[in-house]
Design a binder for this molecule. Structure first.
Ligand code: FRU
Length: 512
């Protein structure tokens, strides 16, 4: 009897050892994830509680300022403040005290900030350049009273590099006389040719332009938006700026407008227009709706004012109003997208606004944990680093002889599936099996059109950070940003091309 038990023990030991050495089918050793595992490692998040739009993004004296819609007392939207952080390179952030608190005129909604270099406002008091924030005051009392004039524009200024802010005594500087229900999110820029400040303001499903010599007295100039672009929801957070077309001297004006709902794949999204602006009026011959990002989680993004070398640096809120208040993080809510550089290109005679993470996000070769040696048509990455879910994967497919490829990212029970069909020029991203249910929106398959370059190559960059993926095609010709909240860690990343296709390059790097 004893001998028999010993034999059974021996057999069990051998079986367990073999399983441990070679992995055992059916044994799932992925870690169960908790809220702490969901906090992004390399994206901006508030230390605690609710955040939405980026606000007042401005560069001054070596510091990038990021203000943001913030409710410090709860994890859902509430009385809005401007939270504040600074960075010298847009990668590491230092949290600063709240910059603007709600007051008698209302909550502090979205807006912008500028450096008033010539002190046109007369608000400069010391040696430092004066920074002026232009934002919407939102009165809850008036909103409840239903008077429709509950949103108006105000300013605040700082003479100590953005550390403390004083609200202007004469607020608001732009009243809502026409009683436009949605009248908000001023983005202000200096227009050299007319020597005026230009305010681009969202008003219902349009934008309105105002001009000012001093940031205080504003005059209506024109509006734009009727019959153009997408109109499935209210327009919010516009931005307007000139850009040179890559590789040429041609200058065009870019206007970014967020829309909610009415995005191409459900809920909130960001559209753009390319045209001309003469200091008062925006014109464009664009007939189709253009999207800056086709994913579900890139909203309210605008560019930094006064950025060095006139770079157009963009950052957005990485969420969607459809489900933002319900995502499964409780001590904090929401992250920003990666900071991205915008470039204006021309492809097949059409203007294209490209967006791609800034160069400072790239990591060193020491962080590479997978590097493909020879072209293959199937690759599987099962590295330990993958489980930490903070990586950048850069892959190049040769599609000249092939019609499709597929990407799987997941574990044995949950996953994201990405598929490309060249004959339809169509990319599809399916996060319906990724874990958490996004109030039904995860059943929407994210789709967009894209094509390989002239040599048949399609490049794809995936930036994964715990619960988000930002995908860029051909270095930002198309982008798709989306959230996912797996219950167990994703431990497997697979790439597969159709017949005659190949994966030519594939590199995966850990991002700290
Ligand atoms: C966009 C937005 C803005 C508004 C702010 C309020 O997400 O709705 O239009 O100013 O959020 O928090």
């Amino acid at each position: 009897m004893i001998g028999y038990t010993k034999v059974i023990h021996k057999i069990c030991f051998v079986v367990l050892l073999t399983a441990a050495m070679f992995g055992c089918a059916g044994v799932d050793n992925s870690k169960l994830l908790t809220e702490t595992d969901y906090r992004p490692a390399y994206h901006f998040t508030p230390l605690a509680n609710w955040m939405n739009d980026p606000n007042g993004m401005v560069y001054y004296d070596g510091e990038y300022h990021l203000f943001y819609q913030y409710y410090p007392e709860g994890n859902v939207w509430g009385p809005m403040h401007w939270g504040h952080a600074i960075s010298t390179e847009l990668v590491e952030w230092e949290h600063l005290p709240i910059a603007l608190y709600p007051d008698d005129l209302g909550y502090i909604f979205s807006g912008s900030a500028v450096v008033d270099k010539n002190n046109t406002s007369g608000l400069k008091t010391g040696e430092e350049g004066v920074m002026v924030a232009i934002f919407t005051h939102h009165s809850m009392e008036k909103e409840k009273a239903g008077t429709h004039d509950h949103q108006y524009q105000s300013i605040a200024y700082s003479n100590d590099k953005g550390r403390t802010w004083v609200k202007y005594k004469g607020n608001p500087v732009l009243e809502n006389d026409e009683k436009i229900h949605d009248f908000r999110d001023p983005k202000v820029m200096w227009h050299e040719a007319s020597q005026r400040w230009i305010m681009t303001l969202a008003a219902g499903q349009q934008v309105k332009f105002y001009t000012s010599p001093n940031l205080i007295d504003w005059t209506f100039a024109s509006d734009y938006g009727t019959g153009v672009g997408a109109h499935g929801g209210v327009w919010e957070c516009p931005d307007l700026f000139p850009m040179k077309v890559e590789g040429s001297d041609e200058e065009k004006w870019v206007m970014i407008v967020s829309i909610n709902p009415g995005g191409p794949n459900g809920g909130s999204a960001t559209q753009y227009f390319i045209g001309d602006f003469d200091g008062k009026t925006f014109t464009s011959s664009q007939t189709e709706t253009k999207w800056l990002d086709y994913g579900t989680d890139n909203y309210a993004g605008v560019t930094w004012s006064n950025a060095p070398k006139d770079q157009k640096l963009f950052l957005a809120w990485m969420s969607n109003w459809h489900y933002a208040t319900e995502v499964p993080t409780y001590t904090w809510r929401s992250a920003m997208t990666l900071p991205r550089e915008l470039l204006l290109a021309k492809k097949n005679d059409a203007y294209l606004l490209k967006n791609y993470p800034i160069a400072a996000m790239e990591t060193t070769d020491n962080n590479i944990f997978y590097n493909l040696k020879n072209a293959e048509n199937e690759v599987e990455i099962d590295a330990e680093e993958l489980r930490e879910a903070q990586f950048h994967c850069s892959v190049s497919f040769d599609m000249s002889e092939s019609n499709e490829f597929e990407i799987f990212y997941g574990n044995d029970s949950a996953y994201i599936e990405i598929a490309y069909d060249k004959s339809l020029s169509k990319m599809t991203i399916d996060r319906s099996q990724s874990g958490y249910d996004f109030k039904g929106m995860n059943d929407n398959i994210i789709t967009f059109n894209c094509t390989p370059d002239a040599d048949g190559k399609l490049e794809m960059d995936m930036w994964v950070d715990k619960t988000s993926m930002e995908i860029f095609i051909n270095k930002g010709e198309e982008a798709a940003t989306f959230l996912f909240f797996p219950k167990k860690e994703f431990s497997n990343l697979r790439f597969k091309t159709g017949n005659n296709g190949s994966i030519e390059k594939l590199k995966a790097m850990r991002i700290e």
